[in-house]
Design a protein around this ligand. Structure first.
Ligand SMILES: [Mn+2]
Length: 450
């Protein structure tokens, strides 16, 4: 059974990882199927600390969900043969299993060659026809049937695929050759099965449930090749499309974990202390301990219940989490910018907003000039019309906004006046999605940049 992946956004934060684990657990006990939690990239320090604290394994890191040759393999049992098998035995095997191609493997399961029914027929004909002597046929046949697979197997010019090859590559090879079956191997050349044109037609899309995002640019690479089953989110509605009608729960609350916790609570399902703690952590992290204007009364009310279950005191625990947020001193300018970078599109233009949450924004001041340079470089390299870095001081409840890129003047105009260091001081601005993203979309529309 192919698992259904519950996955958050790229550059995963605590909310998207905790929501993936939480919703996986919820689905596992309410729906049929095998669910796994995944993260679309390496988890950050803060998340690692939290998972560790509550005894959770980090979710599988998934960089790409494109279909690979491995996804084409069916679950059929592998019938294989060894080099020392006689052709008489081989004939029995082929008939009893109704097989036309067989892999020849060594003791360790590595692929040595193939025997196809066509090759066998050629061997028989090559031996029988030149004699033109019907009377000697039984002897020739007897000799043939006692030969071994090693004598007849095809070993050269095999068209085979590695399991991680893309389906697109495999498709091209299949269309330019004319074999019935193509062997698939892993890095050690171990045989995994055959694929055929038929498997291409039958290919099943990977199944995903998205949490904490619904924009294509923020989703794991290859998302357009998958089937999205559900989305649970608290952001603006983006540009992802689905094949069929789906369950799409989008609600402007402080965190996706709020919505996941709510599902457990309203269903009257038991919530373990660890899961309650994990979900509470996602809420605290995403709402900056309820200081962000994204925080709603639903968040406060659900957080209270999670505190009761987990025995944690929200404020205290929130401060402990904060201590484990990224250590900016260890990061290069570019690492610092890309560690929580989100990309957006509007028509043909793309832009990006990065956010750095800190409890002492002043320590960033000496780096401002170099950060601006890095922003400018990144905008150029990745083709952003503009890029913003929000340096958000959680304690002071303010953001210093740095802007770069070809169209940055438009953004600057909206947030001005500029301060001496080249940034914009925005008192009371804490939330990227609520206080910055909408302003930028507004500007793009107004300036007709699309
Ligand atoms: Mn979130």
């Amino acid at each position: 059974m192919k698992p259904i992946m519950v996955i958050g956004h790229r550059n995963p934060d605590v909310d998207s990882v905790a929501a993936a684990i939480g919703y996986k657990t919820y689905k596992q006990s309410t729906a049929q199927g095998l669910f796994v939690a995944a993260s679309a990239g390496e988890i950050n320090e803060e998340t690692r600390f939290i998972l560790d604290y509550f005894g959770y394994e980090p979710p599988t890191v998934v960089w790409n969900v494109r279909n690979t040759v491995e996804d084409l393999l069916d679950d059929r049992e592998i019938v294989a043969i060894s080099t020392d098998m006689s052709l008489a035995e081989l004939g029995n095997l082929m008939r009893s299993h109704d097989l036309k191609t067989l892999p020849v493997l060594d003791q360790a399961g590595r692929l040595l060659g193939l025997v196809t029914i066509g090759d066998l027929a050629m061997v028989f004909m090559d031996s029988l026809i030149p004699t033109r002597d019907i009377n000697s046929a039984p002897d020739i046949l007897r000799e043939l049937l006692s030969r071994q697979v090693a004598d007849v197997m095809m070993t050269r010019d095999l068209v085979l695929f590695e399991k991680d090859e893309s389906v697109e590559e495999a498709r091209k090879h299949m269309l330019s050759t004319r074999y019935r079956n193509y062997p698939v191997v892993d890095e050690q050349n171990a045989f995994l099965g055959f694929v055929s044109r038929y498997n291409l037609l039958e290919m099943k899309r990977k199944k995903l449930i998205l949490v904490d995002h619904n924009e294509r640019k923020q989703a794991v690479e290859g998302v357009e090749e998958t089937e999205i089953l559900e989305i649970i989110d608290h952001h603006r509605v983006g540009d992802l499309q689905t094949i069929s009608p789906i369950y799409f729960h989008n609600e402007p609350v402080g965190s996706t974990c709020t919505l996941i916790a709510e599902k457990f609570l309203t269903a009257g399902m038991a919530l373990g202390t660890n899961l309650a703690g994990l979900l509470l952590s996602g809420m605290l992290s995403d709402t900056m301990i309820f200081k962000s204007p994204t925080t709603t009364s639903k968040d406060r009310q659900i957080a209270q219940q999670l505190q009761d279950i987990s025995g944690l005191e929200g404020l205290e625990w929130g401060k402990q989490i904060l201590k484990h947020t990224i250590n900016t001193q260890m990061l290069s300018d570019e690492e610092l910018i890309t560690s929580d970078l989100k990309e957006y599109t509007s028509g043909s233009i793309s832009f990006a907003i990065s956010q750095l949450e800190t409890i002492d924004a002043k320590q960033m001041a000496p780096r401002r000039e170099n950060l601006l340079k890095s922003l400018e470089e990144l905008a150029l390299r990745r083709g952003y019309a503009f890029i913003c870095l929000m340096v958000t001081d959680i304690l002071e409840e303010a953001t210093e906004l740095l802007v770069a890129g070809e169209k940055s003047h438009l953004i600057s105009a909206a947030f001005g006046p500029q301060d001496k260091g080249g940034g914009f001081f925005l008192k009371g601005v804490l939330s990227r999605k609520k206080q910055v993203v909408p302003v930028l979309y507004e500007i793009i529309t107004r300036e007709n940049m699309v």
